[in-house]
Design a protein around this ligand. Structure first.
Ligand SMILES: [Zn+2]
Length: 267
């Protein structure tokens, strides 16, 4: 699957600048995101929109972020606020930023051609704002690896497991790929920069011997073990004996799994 190249430097730089201006030094300083928005003259309201997760309305020097009702996951709600603040700071010249769908919120994570440039930029901004690179790396060092680390980081930054896992793959050298899958196949994946020549096929079948496959078969909540290379990459040949350390967690509300893959060194 091709990866859309886009210049996210400016989006991340704007988030970095905001963090510096607001003297944010610790994940706890990021907890009250609505107060941060208020400092920017942007007010957050719940409800009043349909067919999308969030929308930014401009009223002169003020902005209103509307968020869909019934978004149960606090991390998801925070990402929407971050995404709309990205539009506020980055896209004041755009004639109309459209309604931001759930897919748009994952735009930076998936980086597919179907997402427009403003959506990719707004989500890149949100990732850097909610999980600033330097702060994320420093905190990750003191935490366990794998799914335990994912849960701890998501708790620390009050972010969703999905957006946190994307950040782990982007920023921490230990992780090579994260994959979101359902019983009918791979939904999407993200590889770290130096393994982006590797890919999962769209709707790639979930192999029974993968951790995700075992979870779908057994109903277990999590999995952590070594698996053969070809349960995830049957279409990419590698030296005999190459294997993968897979840690997978199940999301019962969505019926999906999130897998963190680490390619193991050959002995
Ligand atoms: Zn958007």
């Amino acid at each position: 699957m091709p990866v859309q190249e886009f210049d996210h430097f400016n989006a991340e730089a704007k988030a970095y600048q905001l963090i510096q201006e607001c003297c944010i030094r610790d994940p706890r300083d990021l907890q009250d995101l609505e107060a941060l928005a208020w400092q920017m003259k942007v007010y957050v309201e719940t409800g009043g929109i349909r067919g999308c997760d969030g929308r930014l309305v401009r009223r002169g020097k003020h902005g209103i972020i509307r968020i869909r009702e019934n978004i149960d996951e606090p991390g998801r709600r925070r990402f929407i606020i971050g995404h709309e603040l990205g539009h506020w700071l980055l896209h004041s010249e755009e004639s109309q930023v459209g309604l931001c769908t759930a897919e748009d919120m994952d735009a930076d994570a998936q980086r597919e051609y179907r997402h427009s440039r403003p959506e990719l930029e707004a989500s890149a901004f949100a990732s850097e704002l909610l999980m600033p690179s330097k702060m994320f790396r420093e905190n990750a060092k003191a935490l366990p690896e794998g799914v335990q680390g994912l849960q701890a980081l998501a708790g620390l930054f009050s972010t969703s497991y999905t957006s946190t896992a994307v950040r782990m793959v982007d920023l921490l050298d230990e992780y090579d790929m994260m994959v979101i899958a359902g019983p009918n196949g791979v939904h999407w994946w993200r590889g770290r920069p130096n393994v982006r020549s590797l890919w999962c096929e769209k709707r790639q079948q979930i192999q029974p011997d993968s951790g995700a496959g075992r979870i779908f078969a057994s109903g277990d909540k999590s999995f952590a073990d070594e698996v053969p290379w070809d349960v995830w990459f049957p279409h990419v040949s590698v030296p005999v004996g190459q294997s993968i350390w897979e840690e997978t967690v199940f999301f019962p509300n969505y019926g999906t799994t999130l897998s963190l893959l680490q390619f193991m060194d050959l002995e």
